[in-house]
Ligand binder design. Structure first.
Ligand SMILES: Cc1ncc(COP(=O)(O)O)c(C=O)c1O
Length: 379
């Protein structure tokens, strides 16, 4: 592969013996943010009482930095540990009557569908899943989802899908929901770091992980709540800030480890140092050609998605490789990790199995070349 991209693995602590091509699942924290977290943790253990006394101010400063970086309305931006918590909290806040409908698409994250099912069961409502074919254009996605919006009590949309690594036309779908007067929750797990201005205008709720593409320590996510929902959006733990503002309620989640939130701004500094929007464009080109190389090597294909995620690509596995359930997905991930020395994600959509390859600023052409060389003997 030819590439002018200069990868920066020196900024991370990733094991060089492994091909790290699954950033999309768990992220990877740069050394500078790891060191800041270690420094803060040491400080907290030097005097826990003083640490917790000073915490509210520190958390507020970190929250403000993350909200500004994401271009979010600061008054509606609350910190949560992850998108799963953000979506759960949002679903708990909206009204879904008995017999009502929570609408999702067939690209939704599996655990987010479970959250929708939990609230549907609690309220005697149902989850309606709109099938959206893999290679649908933006117009087709809007045309397929729109009819389900009118009968919905709440719509849950992905910003970038997990199993299918696609950018969803969220702005258009949010407009459809708003015109129909139906609340919309946006699962922006992959938004921060992949989409400039990731918080969609007009969404009732948006939850985004800073611990994926923005490389913050794990446990760092934002929940943005539109004004009309703020007083009734409640964190999972009832604690001392129960009667405070939205931010105060979420800033203080009882005795817990707040270090990831406090160290997160340092990860954003690393992205700034990398000139991440420009670097991301190079990484995007790298993953596109890397996926083609891997597909050719294994007799697979790169599906023609209308809007692939900037730094993730699907490689369709040959039809001889069948994956019927979650254990089979995991078994293939483990086999590739063990026998090819590579971390990749394995996903299934509409009965077809894919490798989902991710790249970040530490990824270089060699990662894909080695994967392409090793995989045929492993599959
Ligand atoms: C689309 C999507 N939603 C939600 C999640 C859940 O994220 P978390 O485990 O940080 O809550 C993920 C994780 O990969 C995801 O890809």
């Amino acid at each position: 592969m030819t590439s002018v991209w200069q990868p920066r693995p020196d900024l991370w602590s990733l094991d060089p013996a492994v091909l790290h091509l699954n950033h999309g699942s768990w992220g990877a924290v740069p050394l500078a943010a790891q060191r800041e977290a270690a420094r803060l943790r040491a400080r907290s253990e030097a005097n826990p009482a003083a640490w917790f006394r000073a915490l509210p101010e520190r958390v507020a400063a970190a929250r403000t930095a993350l909200a500004r970086w994401a271009g979010a309305d600061e008054a509606g931006f609350a910190l949560v540990p992850n998108v799963s918590t953000g979506v759960t909290v949002a679903l708990a806040a909206v009204d879904v009557p008995a017999g009502g409908r929570i609408v999702v698409t067939s690209h939704r994250y599996g655990a987010v569908r479970f959250a929708a099912e939990r609230f549907a069961a609690l309220r005697g409502a149902s989850v309606v899943e709109v099938p959206v074919p893999l290679t649908s254009s933006a117009d087709e996605v809007v045309a397929l989802v729109s009819p389900a919006v009118s009968g919905a009590d709440v719509v849950l949309l992905d910003q970038i899908t997990s199993a299918t690594a696609s950018v969803v036309p969220v702005a258009r779908l949010v407009d459809v929901c708003r015109s129909a007067g139906v609340p919309v929750i946006v699962d922006g797990a992959h938004g921060p770091g992949l989409i400039e201005a990731p918080v969609p205008e007009g969404a009732d709720f948006w939850a985004g992980n800073f611990h994926k593409w923005a490389c913050a320590p794990r446990g760092t996510a934002g929940l943005v709540v539109a004004p009309r929902w703020r007083s009734r959006t409640l964190p999972p733990a009832v604690s001392w800030s129960e009667h405070g503002t939205l931010q105060q309620r979420f800033d203080w989640q009882a005795t817990a480890d707040y270090v990831p939130w406090l160290a997160a701004p340092v990860a954003l500094d690393v992205l700034a140092e990398l000139d991440w929007p420009a670097a991301r464009a190079s990484v995007s080109g790298l993953v596109a050609s890397g996926a083609e190389l891997v597909a050719k090597a294994i007799g697979g294909d790169v599906p023609e998605l209308a809007a692939p995620a900037p730094t993730m690509r699907l490689v369709g596995l040959p039809p001889s490789i069948r994956i019927d359930d979650k254990p089979a997905e995991e078994a293939l991930r483990v086999r590739i990790a063990r026998d090819a020395g590579a971390e990749v994600n394995v996903t299934v959509h509409d009965g077809r199995a894919f490798l989902r390859l991710s790249a970040h600023a530490y990824t270089g052409p060699r990662d894909f070349e080695l994967l392409a060389a090793r995989l045929p003997a492993v599959l």
